[in-house]
Ligand binder design. Structure first.
Ligand SMILES: Nc1ncnc2c1ncn2[C@@H]1O[C@H](COP(=O)(O)OP(=O)(O)OP(=O)(O)O)[C@@H](O)[C@H]1O
Ligand SMILES: [Mg+2]
Length: 150
């Protein structure tokens, strides 16, 4: 069975990409894997400047991350609920890390056949070609990437 990976950031373009992915999924009776990636600022950054990150900050970061994962999980659920996925197998995952690297990692790990993503995301800057995440994924993806215009 073909596996389709759909990274969404919640932007209208990413939702449109998800709709197209679901439509293809139904045509080929594929399996859909929806992911969203949460980024956290690294402590290493501060260490680089010789700064000591206080323990309190570390605790807050953990809390912040937990909260973000919670919110992203809800967002993903809403996006998937609003899609017509018929009786396809659907999986949802919230990942933590650097966005493009996580998308590539899971595409390799899950032996994904196609990635569907938006040409752009939330950035207010209208890029000439595609957003930075999409650009990175196109460059390094182990499988074909279908870029959906918003
Ligand atoms: N955090 C994320 N998790 C999952 N998918 C994402 C994430 N961010 C972006 N994407 C995917 O990448 C597509 C393009 O977004 P991208 O971030 O590349 O462009 P942008 O936000 O317009 O510009 P920028 O390069 O400033 O981020 C989105 O439509 C979505 O499919
Ligand atoms: Mg973006």
């Amino acid at each position: 069975m073909k596996k389709i990976l759909i990274p969404v950031d919640g932007s209208p373009t990413s939702v449109k990409a998800a709709e197209k992915a679901a439509a293809l999924g139904k045509l080929i009776n594929g399996e859909l894997l929806f992911i969203t990636v949460v980024n956290m600022p690294s402590e290493e950054k501060y260490a680089y400047f010789g700064m000591n990150v206080e323990q309190q900050f570390t605790a807050n970061r953990k809390e912040m991350l937990a909260k973000l994962i919670q919110e992203e999980t809800k967002m993903l659920k809403i996006i998937v609920r609003n899609l017509d996925t018929g009786d396809l197998k659907v999986t949802q995952k919230v990942l933590v890390g650097r966005t493009a690297a996580e998308i590539i990692r899971i595409a390799e790990e899950e032996k994904i056949d196609y990635i569907f993503m938006g040409r752009r995301g939330f950035s207010p800057v209208e890029r000439f070609f595609v957003g930075s995440i999409t650009q990175k994924v196109i460059s390094a993806s182990p499988c074909p990437v279908i870029v959906v215009n918003g």
